[in-house]
Design a protein around this ligand. Sequence first.
Ligand SMILES: Cc1cc2nc3c(=O)[nH]c(=O)nc-3n(C[C@H](O)[C@H](O)[C@H](O)COP(=O)(O)O)c2cc1C
Length: 216
Amino acid sequence: MSTIPTTQLIDALKWRYATKKFDSAKKIPADTWAALEESLVLTPSSFGAQPWKFLVVNTPELRAKLVPVSWGQTQVVDASHLVVFAFKQNLDEAHIDRYIASAAQIRGITVEAMDPFKKIIMGSLEGARAKGYLDVWQSRQIYIALGQFMASAALLGIDTCPMEGIDPAKYDEILGLTGTGYTTLCACPAGYRSADDKYATTPKVRFPLSEVIAHL
Ligand SMILES: Cc1cc2nc3c(=O)[nH]c(=O)nc-3n(C[C@H](O)[C@H](O)[C@H](O)COP(=O)(O)O)c2cc1C
């Protein structure tokens, strides 16, 4: 693996900002978009269970319907691409079986050999379900994907806007998720900033490193 200079990483992270206004005329090239989809697939998750679905909404009519249920935020129509992040509610044994089967196949071992691992996962899931935090736990995984997606995009010169200012239930209805077991958490338009988005040059507001990072 080749590495990049540290300055390139920090420059990209400083260049990234929550884009309020996208240039609707500019489209992300197919190979760049393919890499960004791959960054979603490569996201790590608890036990590797991947309790998610990433909906890439390309249909203009669907995008238009999402604006009024996104606090009127027009990034969902103006950006080149739009990803909606959904997580699997009530994560169950069927999902874990699918995961174990794929792991066994990819690693060339039997499903039976993975039984001890499956038992550990199911024990954790059932414990979380009993205590009522299973969905909270799984939904956290989605934000790892969101962060990885935005950082990857920035390194490729692609702008993004993380968006929780949406109505998840309405998104589920419009995108056909209702009743599938998957539900919307957030969205992330991606594309190119508009030349007149004043937020691009607004200084970042962050607490000093010395206040948020403790060295013990
Ligand atoms: C999970 C999450 C949800 C957010 N939701 C919205 C949103 O709905 N609309 C928006 O314009 N910005 C949204 N933001 C952007 C934040 O306001 C922004 O990231 C923060 O102010 C820091 O600014 P910067 O990203 O430009 O550095 C969201 C950010 C995160 C991480």
